[in-house]
Design a protein around this ligand. Structure first.
Ligand code: PEP
Ligand code: MN
Length: 213
């Protein structure tokens, strides 16, 4: 289908301390196995410095999530570890704040940074959807790749395809989409997770869009 990366969270930053916190090291092993089986690089979120070297050891890309966009010490540490970093925009963060966080990675690291727009709320109710203005502004302001995450932006799989198509039309460099064989049994974010048939149909639609350079 043209998928270039696998993303799986093992260490989950959850809003509620009572929510499932991720499988931790065991989950990490599962993501590693999936990456090896598919030959795709794995993107794994680091929520503390301790997660950086395990990610580096499997040749992974470190996600620094929305909650940690302003965790400047974690940004420096990820950069110094030589990792490629996928940096999500924090809800409400301005373009300048987001790009300055990226500057921490560039100043201390190897320059391999991917920006990811993910909307302005952490949960429902709240503003739904991607901030396409900021996405477009980021594409204009920087040569770094800019992708978007319609799943976390909408918290609703029914809203994901339209947002994904809008992302591609805006000229973004890629998409992050949460998918599962059976979203109903997902322990995290099942409501925003697409099933495989829906995902395949969306990819087909995306491929039909005219290329915008
Ligand atoms: C995630 O990508 O799984 C996640 C927790 O996203 P965000 O940091 O954008 O809330
Ligand atoms: Mn998620």
């Amino acid at each position: 289908m043209g998928v270039k990366f696998l993303r799986g969270g093992a260490f989950k930053p959850r809003t509620s301390p009572y929510a499932f916190q991720g499988l931790g090291v065991k989950g990490f092993g599962i993501v590693e196995k999936a990456a090896l089986a598919t030959g795709l690089p794995a993107v794994i979120e680091a929520i503390s410095e301790a997660h950086l070297s395990p990610i580096r050891n499997v040749g992974g890309i470190a996600q620094i999530g929305a909650r940690n966009m302003r965790n400047y010490e974690l940004l420096k540490a990820a950069a110094r570890a030589g990792l490629t970093v996928l940096l999500k925009r924090a809800p409400g963060a301005t373009l300048k704040e987001w790009l300055l966080s990226a500057e921490y990675l560039l100043k201390y690291g190897n320059g391999e940074v991917i920006l990811c727009e993910r909307g302005d709320s952490f949960s429902r109710p709240g503003p739904r959807g991607l901030n396409l203005d900021i996405l477009r502004a980021a594409l204009n302001a920087t040569a770094l790749p800019v992708i978007a995450d319609p799943s976390h932006a909408t918290h609703d799989r029914a809203l994901v395809p339209a947002q994904a198509l809008a992302t591609v039309r805006a000229g973004a460099d890629g998409l992050m989409l949460e998918d599962a064989i059976n979203p109903a049994t997902a322990l995290v974010d099942g409501c925003q997770t697409m099933g495989i048939p829906g995902f395949a149909a969306l990819v087909k639609q995306i491929k039909k869009l005219p290329k915008n350079g």
